[in-house]
Design a protein around this ligand. Structure first.
Ligand code: FES
Ligand code: FES
Length: 156
């Protein structure tokens, strides 16, 4: 089946089994490997992307659902001022250690700040509750959200 969608603001077309996951399509068919595969069953958030502006687990979504959708991955988000603001904040807060969760965390923090420019700690923790991090204990990622909120004042 041919499926067309926007990936990082570019129209792309893939030929794939409609039930193939969006994650496997991004990584396998389109060579967009910033999005990671962790659990493969919707539990870890390593595969988080934006789907029509909403955070989703790409491992759980069949590619057929992407027809006509607008998808954003880290490859696209890092080219934007807001995306770079979140990445810089994660680095400043030492919220990047092994880095495996980082692509998903960047997307999750971005999705939060887009709707809530000044989140409190509970709101930040809720926003990243679907994204597992084995390294940081989450405190540094909460700090990163605060830094991105403060340094990105006027951006969000
Ligand atoms: S790989 Fe998709 S949620 Fe874990
Ligand atoms: S930095 Fe290693 S899993 Fe989050």
């Amino acid at each position: 089946m041919k499926i067309e969608f926007y990936l990082n603001d570019e129209l792309v077309e893939v030929e794939a089994d409609p039930m193939q996951s969006l994650l496997n399509t991004l990584r396998g068919n389109l060579n967009k490997t910033a999005t990671k595969e962790g659990c493969g069953e919707g539990e870890c958030g390593a595969c988080s992307i934006l789907f029509n502006g909403k955070l989703v687990n790409a491992c759980m979504m069949p590619i057929a659902q992407a027809e006509g959708a607008r998808l954003m991955t880290l490859e696209g988000l890092r080219q934007t001022e807001k995306g770079q603001c979140v990445i810089d904040a994660l680095l400043e807060a030492k919220g990047v250690q092994c880095g495996f969760c980082t692509p998903g965390m960047v997307l999750a923090l971005y999705a939060l700040l887009e709707v809530n420019a000044k989140p409190n700690e509970q709101e930040i923790r809720t926003a990243i509750s679907g994204n597992l991090c084995r390294c940081t204990g989450y405190g540094m990622i909460v700090d990163a959200a605060r830094i991105a909120s403060e340094k990105g004042e006027g951006l969000w």
